[in-house]
Design a protein around this ligand. Structure first.
Ligand code: E4P
Length: 214
């Protein structure tokens, strides 16, 4: 399973990339706005830091506008993936971009039907939003399970990026569900490698060793 970082914060990316754990990065307009810096500058910095795919989202809601934005964004770096919203106009844009070799990540997927449409249109990645489904009382993890079944059953090439990940349980469950990728907020990532019993164990070992070496 691959791990993407769901952030545009350069310090978070540097820290976790330094551990060899970052296979890619995802952003959205909210995540970019949070940094308060120029979109193109931030995306180019991230693309230079990370070898894997970096998702940058279009703002236009019309097919022509999305395609024009995507063509420009795709020139910023070799590892750019253009994020397109899951709409009819978005599907048309994905279809066009796929033909010219621009990679896409179809975002805001909340049903198997939507995922299937995006995959058939030629999306490189499809992003089901696990946490936002959980928020309305629907199992986001179940959507990931079913999407993986459908992709495998019909040999569709899109990869699943489990998005809107909120906690460790989401990461573990999406891994078990067969998600190709989970995109994880920078604030959650360090919690994946920590456990209170690990900290207690280290403290005990240090105390016992200090006592023994007196
Ligand atoms: C990433 O691709 C998504 O935009 C992001 O995971 C959404 O997360 P949120 O639901 O916590 O805003």
């Amino acid at each position: 399973m691959k791990f993407f970082l769901d952030t545009a914060n350069i310090e978070e990316i540097k820290r976790i990339n330094g551990l060899g754990l970052v296979d890619g990065v995802t952003t959205n307009p909210t995540i970019i706005a949070r940094e308060g810096r120029d979109f193109e500058t931030v995306i180019k910095e991230i693309c230079a830091l990370v070898e894997g795919p970096v998702s940058a989202e279009v703002i236009s809601l019309e097919t022509d506008g999305m395609v024009n934005e995507a063509r420009e964004i795709a020139q910023w770096a070799d590892n750019i993936v253009v994020k397109i919203p899951m709409t009819e106009a978005g599907l048309a844009a994905v279809h066009i971009l796929n033909k010219v070799g621009i990679k896409t990540n179809v975002t805001l997927i909340f049903s198997v039907a939507q995922g299937l449409m995006a995959a058939k249109a030629g999306a490189t990645y499809i992003s089901p939003f696990v946490g936002r489904l959980d928020d309305i009382g629907v199992s986001g993890i179940n959507l990931v399970v079913e999407l993986r079944q459908v992709l495998d059953k019909y040999g569709l090439k899109s990869e699943i990026i489990a998005a809107s990940i909120r906690n460790i349980e989401h990461v573990e469950a999406t891994a078990l569900a067969g998600s190709h990728i989970a995109t994880i907020p920078g604030s959650l990532f360090p919690k994946l490698w920590t456990h209170p019993l690990t900290d207690n164990g280290i403290a005990q070992f240090m105390m016992d060793w200090a006592e023994f070496s007196k």
